[in-house]
Design a protein around this ligand. Structure first.
Ligand code: ZN
Length: 459
């Protein structure tokens, strides 16, 4: 076995690992680097291998930092099969089409600028057609626990990673005399969250390639975070304002709907709570969630089996059309408006912020991670005024930051997962260097490495 690293090395985005085994070249994930303009160039660079030489791609889950460079891989010559869970295939389609659209918009904006300055315009990383072509290469859809033959003497098994719908850890095994094995953790979920099951522990493997996003931190408990969320809504309604929830379309939006439904059923929120899901991508993702009860945990499955929709609220409105989204600006109070993007870097949420941030009655409830430099982070850090659509807006709304909704395992959970596997060799990826070093310091009885991009190792 030979392993090389082409992304998410001492970093949390751009996941891409190449495994050479039994004469096959297998890619695990092909994600986009995310977080700033300078990364556009990194995304456009050579992959570090020839895409046409890759036999197949195994995809752990549908987050952009794991699947976002697939259309580029196909555009540059990859013709092999893409293998993933069926929920992941459906979510990836939505994610890649959205990403292609953003890439095209960005390229158009850049072309206008370049034209004004007499520069050469930059080509879009990929477009809608490339995303559609990539979708044509999705082959076998796997179910958790099913063992697939990748080649003679080579199998792969997907295990539930409990991170987002369809997410998987992948165990690859050589089935000839050597029986060597390796596990790619993918992103591991946080235990006890709604909808999804807790991460599954795959059988032992010699080598584990694992994520370390929260390798240096423990999460707050979920229960108090749900209480804070309900309190934020109740207080805001009492003041006569709206609740704006900047929402990630995938997983977080569905989790928030699930908590709102549970709050209404428990009598902690008003029965006819008006909720607007103002995000075409989140609406599509919610519909995909409804089609995949096989991924639910016992509680969500029980609701589903008894004919209840885990994401349905008495007064939930899906807002797809732009005109309907604009109409929400007329609501002065008593509405929960969920809109993307989650970090307020673009999308419809910026319009809702423009209409609500200046009002002391309204509130903004942050339920997810906010990277440095994003509008969400600037607000969380206490800015008194922000610029939106060229206009200075004073920040008078109440801001609530709810930290307990993480989709990632924390340090204790990562340690328990690793401890159960007892690998001889551990390769840490998908983490900031500080988190990774802290986590490495806690591992015993295993040889630990933290590869850099471009590194190769023989196992
Ligand atoms: Zn992820």
């Amino acid at each position: 076995m030979k392993l090389s690293f082409h992304g998410a090395n001492r970093d949390v985005t751009g996941s891409c690992h190449l495994l050479e085994v039994q004469g096959k070249r297998i890619l695990i994930d092909c994600g986009l680097y995310q977080g700033g303009r300078e990364l556009d160039e990194e995304n456009a660079e050579d992959f570090g291998f020839d895409p046409s030489s890759i036999d197949m791609l195994l995809l752990t889950h549908a987050h952009l930092d794991h699947c976002g460079r697939i259309p580029l891989l196909v555009k540059r010559g990859f013709t092999g099969e893409i293998v993933t869970a069926s929920a992941t295939r459906e979510l990836t389609r939505v994610v890649l089409l959205d990403s292609a659209h953003l890439q095209e918009e960005e390229a158009e904006r850049h072309a206008r600028q370049a034209h004004r300055h007499g520069h050469r315009p930059r080509e879009a990383l990929y477009g809608t057609l490339d995303a559609l072509n990539a979708m044509d290469q999705f082959g076998r859809a796997v179910t958790y626990g099913e063992t697939l033959e990748l080649a003679p003497n080579l199998t792969a098994t997907f295990y539930d990673a409990g991170h987002i719908l369809g997410s998987a850890s992948i165990r690859i095994e050589e089935t000839d005399g050597k029986r060597r094995s390796i596990i790619f953790s993918g992103d591991l979920g946080n235990k006890g969250r709604p909808i999804l099951r807790d991460p599954q522990i795959p059988p032992h493997a010699d080598t584990v390639v694992m994520e370390t996003t929260y390798g240096d931190r423990q999460h707050k408990a979920l229960g108090p975070s749900i209480d804070e969320f309900y309190t934020a809504i109740t207080e805001t309604f009492a003041r006569g304002g709206n609740v704006i929830v900047p929402t990630f379309a995938l997983e977080r939006a569905q989790e928030v709907l699930y908590h709102l439904r549970a709050g209404i059923e428990a009598g902690r929120l008003p029965h006819n709570l008006p909720v607007f899901l103002d995000s075409p991508m989140a609406i599509s993702a919610t519909e995909i969630f409804r089609r995949h009860p096989e991924c639910y945990d016992a509680e969500a499955r029980d609701l589903f089996d008894h004919g209840h929709d885990p994401f349905a609220l008495p007064a939930l409105r899906f807002v797809r059309e732009t005109a309907d989204s604009i109409a929400l600006n007329r609501l002065v109070g008593g509405a929960v408006i969920m809109a993307g993007s989650g970090m307020c870097t673009g999308g419809r949420v910026r319009h809702h912020l423009r209409h609500n941030l200046w009002r002391k009655e309204s509130s903004v409830v942050f339920v997810g991670f906010a990277a440095p430099g994003t509008l969400a982070r600037i607000l969380i850090d206490g800015a008194k005024r922000v610029k939106l659509f060229g206009e200075e807006i004073p920040v008078r709304a109440h801001l609530y930051t709810i930290n307990g909704f993480s989709a990632h395992a924390d340090q204790e959970e990562l340690l328990a997962w690793h401890g159960a596997l007892k690998p001889a060799r551990t390769i840490l990826v998908h983490g900031e260097e500080k988190a990774m070093r802290t986590f490495a310091g806690l591992l015993t009885d295993t040889q630990v490495s933290m590869p850099q991009k471009g590194d190769e190792m023989t196992l």
